[in-house]
Design a binder for this molecule. Structure first.
Ligand code: ZN
Length: 275
């Protein structure tokens, strides 16, 4: 191909100029050698009339067609790549946001669970304390036999000349000498000492306002004014006073005085004692 001064006779500069721009773009994108060659600005600028014209009419026309198509295609491709990149970026952001949201949710869940555990522990602790207080109240308010495992050997109001009133003012519990005698419930000692026919005896004012009495003791272990709990030992059984043998005489009363007696078995049963 000869490159000489152009005559201008067959030049079509406007078209060539227009196309050279897109051709140059094509060349810059490193496409085929043919297009690259045709895209040379020299071709557009200076060509001999005949030789260049032939090239222009054949190669260029074809190149122009190819150029248009490729440029469009490349532009479309670039657009597509941009869109794909934008789409990928949007997807990446959405994924990052999704992960952040999942993390926030997991943290909130863990916090809620920890709070629920703490609340449950507090409630369980409070329930245990309530149960312990209830058990203590029950223990304090519960009643028991005055001699563990004993039975009544002589009933209430039993007649006979052994008793000054003509009938038994309490009940007798079987108790070998030296058996532990306990308060049947919580109360305060109001009498502790010699009681005549009762021998060594104790009277306790119970917390519910009633009284209990324990007689014929071999020894007394409490003093007047002393508070006692249910089941607490107050003395030791014996046969002191008007007694024919070791046992515990037990009375339930409405007052500390002799003669205010009530049925001791019914009294103990009313307080939940199995007798
Ligand atoms: Zn008796």
């Amino acid at each position: 191909m000869a490159f000489t001064r152009a005559t201008g006779k067959h030049r079509r500069p406007s078209r060539l100029t227009r196309k050279s721009a897109s051709m140059a773009g094509v060349a810059a994108l490193a496409t085929t050698g043919v297009i690259g060659g045709l895209a040379s600005p020299a071709l557009a600028a200076d060509t001999t009339a005949d030789a260049a014209h032939t090239v222009q009419d054949t190669g260029l026309t074809e190149a122009i067609v190819i150029g248009d198509s490729l440029a469009d295609e490349i532009a479309a491709q670039a657009d597509q790549q941009k869109r794909a990149a934008a789409k990928a970026e949007a997807a990446r952001k959405a994924e990052a946001e999704r992960k952040a949201e999942a993390k926030r949710k997991a943290e909130a869940k863990a916090k809620a669970e920890a709070e629920a555990r703490a609340k449950k522990e507090r409630e369980e602790h409070a329930a245990k304390e309530r149960a312990a207080r209830a058990a203590e109240r029950k223990r304090l308010n519960s009643y028991t036999l005055p001699v563990a495992g004993s039975v009544v050997t002589t009933g209430y109001k039993t007649g006979g000349n052994l008793w000054s009133s003509g009938s038994h003012s309490g009940v007798d519990f079987r108790a070998a000498s030296g058996s532990s005698v306990v308060s049947v419930g919580a109360g305060t000692v109001v009498e502790a000492g010699w009681g005549g026919a009762y021998g060594n005896n104790i009277v306790i004012r119970m917390n519910d306002g009633t009284y209990t009495q324990y007689g014929h003791l071999s020894s007394i272990g409490v003093s007047v004014g002393q508070a006692v709990t249910s089941g607490q030992q107050i003395g030791v059984s014996g046969s002191t006073g008007n007694s024919t043998g070791p046992h515990l005489h037990f009375e339930a009363r409405t007052s500390p005085e002799y003669g205010s007696d009530m049925d001791p078995v019914a009294y103990l049963r009313a307080h939940g004692v199995n007798v």
